[in-house]
Design a protein around this ligand. Structure first.
Ligand code: THU
Length: 142
């Protein structure tokens, strides 16, 4: 599959996934489509709760679906909102995505067809990861 075709497809799937959003409180619907390195695509939407804090974002829904299906390396994510300019992933989602693929391609789209293409490393530079935990362990004293 050509890369351009894949990206177009990914954008469409994110827009489709957005329609499944459960967002009765914020009314802010988000869809995501995550491309794994073997070509598999996992979609997700935000799932809100009356206990607001336990809401899960669309991006993390897609990551949880992919990881629970055995995928841990990703090439790209498309995120669809109705915002103009298209809304970027929140901080928690940036950290979640960086756990697996810090150099991910990120495509932000909206329902008007506006688009922004960027990289997770640009949106979320200098991310925290397992290396920090390891180096702290090495330096730990009894
Ligand atoms: N939301 C996402 O799904 N992804 C983000 O990266 C930003 C925020 C959702 C959470 C909540 O349901 C709604 O958007 C408003 O914050």
């Amino acid at each position: 599959m050509k890369k351009t075709t894949t990206m177009k497809e990914l954008e469409k799937l994110a827009v489709e996934a957005r329609k499944m959003a459960y967002a009765p409180y914020s009314k802010y619907k988000v869809g995501a489509a995550l491309l794994a390195d073997d070509g598999n695509i996992y979609t997700g939407c935000n799932v809100e709760n009356s206990s607001y804090g336990i809401t899960i974002c669309a991006e993390r829904t897609a990551v949880a679906k992919a990881v629970s299906d055995g995928h841990r390396k990703f090439k790209a994510i498309a995120v669809a909102t109705a915002s103009s300019p298209p809304g970027p992933p929140c901080g928690i989602c940036r950290q979640t995505l960086a756990e697996f693929s810090p150099d991910l391609d990120v495509i932000l789209v909206n329902t008007r067809g506006e688009k922004r293409r960027t990289k997770l490393s640009k949106l979320y530079p200098d991310h925290f990861d397992a290396r920090h935990l390891e180096s702290a362990k090495r330096g730990r004293r009894k």
